[in-house]
Design a binder for this molecule. Structure first.
Ligand SMILES: Cc1cc2nc3c(=O)[nH]c(=O)nc-3n(C[C@H](O)[C@H](O)[C@H](O)COP(=O)(O)OP(=O)(O)OC[C@H]3O[C@@H](n4cnc5c(N)ncnc54)[C@H](O)[C@@H]3O)c2cc1C
Length: 418
């Protein structure tokens, strides 16, 4: 099914309420929210959909919950594997498996997932044009003009959802290139493995995270239906020779699991922008969302969750602005404030969390093996159910709670045994 709407005849004439540049999860979510409210929405992407996107494809329950807010319920055809736990492997290569009774999220393949979200935005009434690269943006008195490789479009407001390279952010003067001190990096390879072999050799409901000697980062093996995402990510500047490390990790993973992993051919990835709220997110008639806004947790590498949430918040701000006919940067700042309240703190502390964990890897893994209730806490962080900044804000209280839960659990367990 094609999602491209044919609106070539209205070019140069019609002024859209909002033009969304970039049809990743942030852009399609914003387009969906605005179109559902009856706005006239144009969604543009330079790529022809479905397009490939380097990503491990892990969605937390929090992301799935946010998607449901926009009326998006992922069908089984999009879900690759449902997740019920994580496997943490420390420097001694001994795994700690943490299971849950309820689903912790799922894995997906980005080309299909992103295309599905675009279709949802189109179903809601948005016009989608793929193969349209925005090259230039002009601010007029009553609108913004978006110049693409295939023509010009006018909008009252513009949402920049164009990812790490963010042309909208640069044109609006909101940021230049990303500061390496506030950037992570992640690379991955998609490795095809027969479904039967995968299911025989590994637990396909677990995400495997390897904390080896990777400075401020980790390696992962995430299961899909007939493939694995093998990858490495961490804080940029600290990671040198990433592809070589990924080859070494693939060999180690093959030895540990007994899977036949062919030599990695296509390794892809890109920086993870983590400037977040250090730079402004809105300007005259413009709002930034997702990676374009710098909303990535450099420690866990999660960005889809923030892309969807910022898409929802920006969409709601646009609806209000169109209703009140107020388009200045000042009128749009409510978006920055709400986004900061919702997830500003957790993004701010993600780098510190990476440092704490990596400085205490050996001790941390020993604790994990002995204090079972810590497992639940780690699981919640990895799957986005806990805002870990809350833990850091009051570590004594949080540790106290964890220890009391542990003592209670052991006490109840011993009584039960007698
Ligand atoms: C290797 C790797 C693994 C990752 N794994 C995970 C994971 O497991 N879970 C997770 O939550 N996050 C993960 N992330 C992060 C996640 O991929 C991003 O945070 C997420 O894609 C951000 O979504 P977005 O909509 O903001 O931007 P994108 O998904 O990057 O979408 C931007 C869109 O804008 C379009 N575009 C760009 N420029 C223009 C232009 N000039 N004109 C028109 N269109 C344009 C692009 O074609 C693209 O479709 C990973 C990242 C990497 C690199």
């Amino acid at each position: 099914m094609t999602t491209t709407s044919h609106i070539r005849s209205v070019r140069y004439v019609k002024t859209f309420d909002v033009i969304v540049v970039g049809a990743g999860p942030a852009g399609s979510t914003a387009a969906n929210v605005c179109a559902k409210a009856g706005l006239d929405v144009l969604l543009l992407d330079k790529a022809v959909f479905p397009r490939v996107k380097p990503c491990a494809g892990a969605l937390s329950v929090r992301t799935l919950r946010l998607l449901r807010v926009t009326g998006v319920h992922l069908p089984n055809s999009i879900i690759e594997r449902e997740l019920f736990g994580i496997q943490l492997i420390g420097p001694d290569l001994k795994p700690v498996d943490i299971y849950s009774n309820s689903s912790l999220g799922c894995t997906i393949i980005r080309s299909r997932f992103d295309h599905y979200l675009v279709q949802k935005a189109v179903d809601a009434g948005a016009k989608f044009l793929d193969g349209h690269r925005v090259n230039n943006i002009e601010w007029q008195k009553s609108h913004i003009s978006c110049h693409t490789n295939q023509g010009r479009f006018k909008g009252r407001l513009l949402i920049g959802a164009d990812g790490i390279g963010g042309r909208v952010a640069r044109a609006a003067g909101l940021r230049g290139s990303f500061d390496p001190g506030n950037t992570g990096i992640a690379i991955e390879a998609d490795v095809l493995i027969p479904q039967e072999e995968l299911e025989n050799k590994i637990n396909t409901n677990l995400l495997a995270l390897y904390f080896l000697n990777i400075p401020l980062g980790y390696a992962w093996a995430f299961p899909r239906r007939t493939s694995l995402s093998l990858g490495i990510g961490g804080v940029a500047n600290e990671l040198k020779g990433l592809p070589r490390l990924l080859h070494i990790f693939a060999r180690l993973y093959a030895r540990q699991t007994g899977l036949h992993i062919p030599p990695l051919r296509k390794i892809v990835g890109h920086p993870l922008p983590a400037t977040g709220f250090k730079q402004p997110l809105v300007a005259n008639r413009v709002l930034l969302v997702g990676d374009a806004a710098g909303f990535v947790d450099v420690f866990t590498g999660q960005g889809i969750c923030y892309a969807v949430e910022s898409g929802i918040l920006a969409g709601r701000t646009v609806i209000k602005a169109i209703h009140n006919q107020t388009f200045s940067g000042a009128a749009l700042t409510s978006y920055s404030k709400i986004a900061q309240r919702r997830f500003g703190e957790e993004l701010r502390v993600s780098r510190s969390v990476a440092m704490i964990i990596h400085n205490h890897l050996y001790g941390g893994f020993r604790l994990l093996r002995h204090i079972r209730s810590l497992n639940r806490f780690v699981q919640d962080i990895a799957t986005g159910q806990t805002d870990y900044y809350r833990f850091l804000r009051n570590p004594l209280k949080s540790l106290g709670k964890t220890l009391i839960a542990e003592i209670r659990a052991r006490f109840t367990c011993q009584r039960g045994l007698r």
